[in-house]
Structures are given as structure tokens and as C-alpha cells.
Design a protein around this ligand. Structure first.
Ligand code: MN
Ligand code: MN
Length: 479
């Protein structure tokens, strides 16, 4: 008897649905293993410097070579060579040289590893009524009220006057002390409770409590009047060889303390700090490590700094770091260098701007555009454009490029969905996309959806997290 043919529907309806049923047992096991490793990464990579350093260590283990040394040696490099280039320890460029000449363009995935946080002010240490506090200046878009009463960690670097570096990481180990910012008790908070959320806790009130016990009598110094601060100054000197003036040459960040966690009784999500945008950065880095053989076009992942404050500065995407890196790559892969080849390499490139997007949250449906916002565990989200109001400031990807990207995803079993930021008149946001579109290359935003973006603890769906990795890998191989 002939097999009964399955009846095909007369039309294909484009559905947004969770993707779990599309994954077999083997793929689900890979998803879980990937997310375990991801949780480990974001638990340890609490700052852009740490996110950079851990990715760099992983790259060295995978056989990536220090590109600056290759440049210095001036020897030509061959297809298949794996390189990394660090931009002042905060932005990292990883590439696998392809068989095609660089002027044909690169397949790029760009993400960022800086996250909203509290930075210490340049002169942060003060005593008030026998308490010692640290004065902070917030970095990136935060809702200030979310940062009080949490266990906080302190991470960063201090360069002493002789140039030696002191690395500080306090608050992550189970027996480490943590820090906190106090809040008003509700019993006395009637006036505070009547204020708008944005002003109830002002930025200047984000002072981190670090000590309350004056110096022991035997260690007292009559010259120093503030006795609790004296205890901290002595601790800094004895433990790290630091003086108060050393804060002038420091970058110290206050972040939530403790590791990221599996979220939900079904463990289908991840709760953790800094998922915007280390979730995409980790995916990009893992994807480039897992490329088999030599790709046809050169594949490159860039995990960059300063996105949260506009991609400005020496280590932001606005700097010429990547352009210079591509120029050096061209120089080491051709017989005769010309500027035109670098321009061609950049213009012919294709890029996924790998940054997170907002999920449709039924709890805040009034700002949502439910037919167009990504939903949790429905796949990696493609955002044709971001921006605010009438698409202001967005890098609107072309329909032609969208066609190419969705075909790559469909052919490689990447579960994906389209996304938009929310109701059109409500707000807006941007990514690094337009800095790359500036070179004339094709760019589209493609990232993992989050609940509670920019909060001390952000939520992401594990299926989406894993699909980020799959999407970036497919793009490296096929774009
Ligand atoms: Mn972001
Ligand atoms: Mn952000």
C-alpha cells in the first residue's frame, strides 16, 4: 500500500511560537551544556575588562595568536590563521582568516561587553557619622531605585604612581564580604513613596556602605580625625599597598554580587547581571571558536566597550580600532597594500550587530507592540531597525540583506523571530549597528531578548541564548 501523503497547507502562516518542540534530545542537551557554560562566563565576567580577559584566555587556548606580534614581525599570514587583537584590554577583536581575499569583505558579529553599573568617582572615599561610604557615578541607563539594598561587589583596577597594577575583586566568593546601598524604611518613607520612581533615589544618593568600625586603639593615628576611614586606609595600605591618592588612577565598578542562576522551576531561563550584552558577546566568541576548517570569507567577532554610553572614546565602536585592524589584516594578506583594499574590505563586509532586545512582557503590555515584539524562547530576534520615534538614529537594514540573513537562518535550523523595541511613541534605543553601516557594509541587529533590561538582574530565555550562538555560527560560515 502506498504511503499516505501528508497534506500540505494551501498557505504558510508565519507564527511566533516557542521553539522547544523543534529541538531533538541531542540538541536540547547541547542547549543545556551551552547555557551552563554561559552562566559561568557572566558570573565571572562582571566588568568589560574581565569579559575581555576571559574571552582572550579562551582564545589563546583555541590557538588564536596575538595579532600585534604578527604585525610587528611583518610576516604574511595565511588562510586559516586565527588571530586576536586587544584594544587596551577592553575591546577584543577575534578573526579566522578565510580563503577569499580580504577585499571581498568579512563576516562580522559585533557585540558589547560593557554594562550599566555604578563607577566610583575619582575621589570616592568619605566618612559620615562614623560610616565609610564610596561616592559613585552611574554608567549607562539605570533605574536608580533598583540598586539599593542589594549585595554589591567591587571590581576594577588601580594603577599606582609607579604604574604597577592592583586588581580588585571583592564580593564574589562565598566567604567574601559584600557592600550595599541603604534605603529608607517604609515607616519613614511616606514622602519618598509619593515621588516618581526616577527621582525617589537620586544619582547622588547611590553611596556604597563599606565600613562602620573605627580603627583599633593601638593603630590610631592622632593626625587623622576620621577614625573609620582610617581603618579602611590602613586596610588598603596593608592589603594592597594602596594610598588614597591612587583612586585618581583607578577604574572601579560596583556590580551586583554573586553568580547568575538558572531561573524558573523548569530552569528554562537565566537570571543574571550583565546579560546586555555579554549574552551576545559569549555567543559570538563561542561561535568563532567552533568554526571548522578555514571559512571562505574571513570571520571576525568583535566584543567592544562603551556601547552603553554611546560607543564613544578610545575603546568604543566609534574609534578607528576596527578599521585599523582590518587595514593591518589586509596588509598582511596581500603583496601590495593599498588603502582602497581596506575600504573595499569594509564596504563588502556583512555584519550582525549582536545586541539584546526587549521581550514582550505581558506585565507591561501597555508599552508593548505585541505582534512585533520578540517573545521569550521563540528564538533569536532580528531587528531590521532600532531608533526612537520615527526610527530616529536607526540603521535600517535593507530588505535584500534581510532576505539573505533569514535564508541563512532557515537553512541552518536557527530558530528566529522578528523584533521591534515597543510601542512607537514610547521610547527608543540604539546599538553599534550604525557605526559599521557608516562603511557601507550590510548590518542588521540580531540578539537575544531580555526582560528587565539594564536592571541589576536581567532575564533571558535559554532557547534564545542558545539560538544566538547558532545564528552567529551560521552567519560566520554562510554570509
Ligand atoms: Mn546592548
Ligand atoms: Mn544596553
Amino acid at each position: 500500500m502506498a504511503k499516505k501523503e501528508k497534506k500540505k497547507p494551501s498557505v504558510n502562516v508565519w507564527k511566533r511560537e516557542q521553539g522547544w518542540d523543534k529541538l531533538d534530545k541531542d540538541e536540547l542537551a547541547k542547549l543545556d551544556a551551552y547555557c551552563d557554560e554561559y552562566i559561568d562566563y557572566i558570573s565571572n565576567a562582571k566588568t568589560e575588562r574581565l569579559a575581555h580577559d576571559i574571552a582572550l584566555q579562551m582564545a589563546v587556548k583555541k590557538g588564536f595568536k596575538n595579532f600585534d606580534e604578527l604585525v610587528k614581525a611583518g610576516k604574511k599570514i595565511k588562510p586559516g590563521t586565527k588571530i586576536y587583537r586587544s584594544c587596551y584590554g577592553k575591546t577584543l577583536f577575534l578573526a579566522v582568516i578565510g580563503n577569499e581575499p580580504l577585499e571581498n569583505g568579512l563576516n562580522l558579529v559585533g557585540s558589547h561587553i560593557d554594562c550599566p553599573r555604578l563607577d566610583l568617582k575619582p575621589s570616592p572615599l568619605y566618612e559620615d557619622d562614623k560610616l565609610v561610604l564610596l561616592d559613585t557615578h552611574y554608567y549607562g541607563g539605570i533605574k536608580k531605585y533598583q540598586w539599593v539594598t542589594l549585595p554589591l561587589a567591587l571590581h576594577g583596577v588601580i594603577f599606582k604612581k609607579d604604574g604597577t597594577k592592583v586588581q580588585l575583586d571583592i564580593g564574589e566568593k562565598p566567604d567574601d564580604p559584600v557592600l550595599t546601598i541603604t534605603d529608607l524604611l517604609p515607616h519613614l518613607g511616606r514622602d519618598q513613596a509619593g515621588k516618581p520612581l526616577g527621582t525617589a533615589i537620586p544619582g547622588e544618593a547611590l553611596n556604597v556602605l563599606i565600613a562602620s568600625r573605627p580603627i583599633d586603639k593601638e593603630n590610631d593615628d592622632k593626625e587623622v580625625g576620621e577614625k573609620t576611614k582610617l581603618r579602611i586606609l590602613k586596610l588598603m595600605k596593608d592589603t594592597y599597598g594602596l594610598e588614597e591618592e591612587d583612586f585618581a588612577s583607578a577604574e572601579i565598578e560596583i556590580t551586583p554580587a554573586g553568580p547568575a542562576r538558572h531561573l524558573g522551576l523548569d530552569k528554562s531561563m537565566v537570571l543574571g547581571y550583565g546579560q546586555d550584552d555579554r549574552v551576545c558577546a559569549f555567543g559570538a566568541v563561542k561561535a568563532i571558536f567552533d568554526l571548522k576548517g578555514t571559512p571562505s570569507r574571513t570571520a571576525a567577532a568583535v566584543i567592544c566597550d562603551k556601547e552603553e554610553i554611546g560607543s564613544v572614546g578610545q575603546t568604543g565602536m566609534e574609534s578607528t580600532f576596527m578599521e585599523n585592524t582590518v587595514a593591518e589584516l589586509v596588509n598582511l594578506t596581500v603583496d601590495k597594500y593599498s588603502d582602497l583594499l581596506t575600504r573595499r574590505a569594509l564596504e563588502h563586509s556583512a555584519m550582525l550587530s549582536a545586541d539584546v532586545c526587549a521581550l514582550h512582557d505581558p506585565g507591561f503590555g501597555d508599552v508593548s507592540s505585541p505582534h512585533n515584539m520578540p517573545k521569550i524562547n521563540c528564538g533569536i530576534a532580528l531587528m531590521k531597525y532600532t531608533g526612537g520615534g520615527g526610527k530616529g538614529g536607526s540603521s535600517d537594514a535593507s530588505a535584500e540583506f534581510m532576505s539573505k540573513v533569514r535564508t541563512i537562518f532557515n537553512d541552518n535550523k536557527v530558530i528566529w523571530q522578528m523584533g521591534e523595541l515597543g510601542k512607537v511613541d514610547v521610547g527608543g534605543g540604539g546599538t553599534i549597528a550604525h557605526f559599521l553601516a557608516h562603511y557601507g557594509m550590510n548590518v542588521v541587529d540580531c540578539g537575544v531578548g531580555l526582560f528587565s533590561m539594564h536592571a541589576p538582574y536581567e532575564t533571558a530565555g535559554k532557547l534564545d541564548i542558545y539560538m544566538g550562538y547558532k545564528a552567529y555560527k551560521a552567519f560566520f560560515e554562510k554570509a
